[in-house]
Write a protein that binds this ligand. Structure first.
Ligand SMILES: *Cc1c(COP(=O)(O)O)cnc(C)c1O
Length: 445
């Protein structure tokens, strides 16, 4: 395990905070579906001397000298990406998922052009054209939505595409419990001549493991984060598919130019090395079974939650995440109460909107949870049964509480609520049980 000896000598305050966070990560159940525990090898690369280097440009065409080794690191990351996802071109320099997506706009659209993506409260990502994102400031965003049953309304996608003739369509989500039907999106995009960009940030690891369809045959461009199910360092990748090159022979060049000089300066070479390592790890048989286990665990957790009387959006999951609909138990806007009690009980989730949420994005009525991180710790279906039981028991402690509809009353009510649940004996008991349980499932070494 990493020791942090030098940080301890250099900066005691930060050292103490890192250790406290390490303990938090070890002692609790991490259920946020976009989080994971990366390997020691990936973390070593992140802490390596590669962070000292400037390498603006691309391999063989840098603006700085001394890049003979960095070039090889970057080329390895690129080759591994191409092989793993079956794509023609890869750019591994995006600092994270959001800048990767912004670069796609820069490469394919002019300011003011129309773009389509899944609406944020329906499960979409900020960067797919949410009204407060730069992507809606500089482009004309026409969002599509999910139906009552939680599935994307493909009839609406067709109608909007025909009416607005978008330049770019996003297929991807951040809170969507179904597999993405890239083939259906391809039909729409192709019929109106739009670029189809598949954002696989959440499901990249599942795709590599063969547990989710690969968009490579359908999309022109694929973007991903590297730190979610892919289990690498924080980072982003943009890929161009054969289909993308068939539509536009210059697409790879446009993507590369959008990253630098369009959006970024020097790449984070330590991050690139860590991405290369994560991709090597992801190409193993072990990782394939990891990815498949994530999905099995999600199904087991969903079953357990339902058996304990909780309502799930879409009644379950097809991937790594699920959404608990708290309206029947906690009323509209109950997500904040639910996430707080779970936190006290040692489980981290995030509050999230549900389809046709009766409340707002700030006070949503659901919880989003997933299994990638717990699966990394070696938990299987049997453990998911127990986790579901704890979740249901903790949520039952919200019984006496309801979020006031009056906005002014809310903050005082929530303050009181937090004070009371912090002292709740049943939640403390669950927290203790979880801490003991977690000792059997260490973080990756
Ligand atoms: C997480 C996520 C991103 C953005 O990633 P960051 O690294 O947080 O910038 C983009 N798209 C989707 C669908 C995501 O889930």
């Amino acid at each position: 395990m990493q020791k942090y000896d030098h940080i301890q000598k250099e900066d005691k305050k930060i050292y103490d905070l890192i250790l406290a966070e390490k303990k938090r990560q070890e002692d609790g159940l991490e259920l946020i579906p976009s989080e994971n525990y990366t390997s020691q090898a990936v973390m070593e690369a992140m802490g390596s001397i590669l962070t000292n280097k400037y390498s603006e440009g691309y391999a063989g065409k840098r603006y700085y000298g001394g890049n003979e080794f960095v070039d090889q690191v970057e080329l390895l990351a690129i080759e591994r990406t191409k092989k793993l996802f079956g794509v023609a071109h890869a750019n591994v320099q995006p600092y994270s998922g959001s800048p990767a997506n912004l670069a796609v706009y820069l490469a394919t659209c002019n300011p003011g052009d129309t773009v389509m993506g899944l609406n944020l409260p329906d499960g979409g990502h900020l960067t797919h054209g949410w009204k407060y994102s730069a992507t809606a400031t500089f482009y004309k965003s026409v969002p599509y939505h999910v139906k009552e049953d939680g599935r994307i309304d493909m009839d609406e996608v067709w109608a909007l595409a025909k009416e607005h003739k978008p330049k770019l369509i996003w297929a991807g989500a951040t809170a969507y419990p179904f597999m993405y039907e890239y083939d259906k999106f391809a039909e729409v995009a192709d019929s109106v001549g739009a670029y189809l960009a598949a954002d696989i940030a959440h499901v990249a690891g599942l795709i590599v493991a063969g547990a989710h369809p690969n968009p490579a045959p359908y999309a022109h461009i694929i973007t991903t984060t590297t730190h979610k199910t892919l289990r690498g360092p924080r980072g982003g990748i943009i890929m161009v598919t054969d289909k993308g090159l068939a539509k536009d022979v210059d697409l790879s060049k446009k993507i590369d130019k959008a990253i630098i000089p369009g959006l970024q300066g020097g790449p984070h070479d330590h991050q690139t090395a860590a991405i290369a390592i994560a991709l090597k790890e992801a190409s193993t048989a072990q990782f394939r079974s990891y990815g498949k286990q994530i999905v099995k665990n999600a199904k087991a957790l969903a079953d357990s939650l339902k058996r304990h009387g909780l309502k799930l959006v879409a009644d379950g999951t097809e991937n790594h995440l699920m959404l608990i609909d708290l309206v029947p138990t906690l009323g509209a806007g109950g997500g904040i109460l639910g996430s707080e009690v779970l936190e006290v009980a040692g489980m981290t989730v995030n509050k999230n909107t549900i389809p046709k949420d009766p409340s707002t994005a700030l006070f949503p009525s659901g919880l989003r949870l997933g299994t990638p991180a717990l699966t990394t710790r070696g938990m299987k279906e049997k453990e998911m049964k127990q986790v579901g039981k704890w979740i249901a028991e903790a949520l039952a402690e919200t019984e006496p509480y309801r979020l006031p509809t009056d906005m002014k009353e809310r903050s005082i009510y929530l303050e009181n609520f937090k004070k009371e649940i912090a002292k709740n004996k049943n939640l403390q008991k669950i927290r203790k049980e979880i801490k003991t349980f977690c000792k059997k499932y260490p973080l990756p070494r």
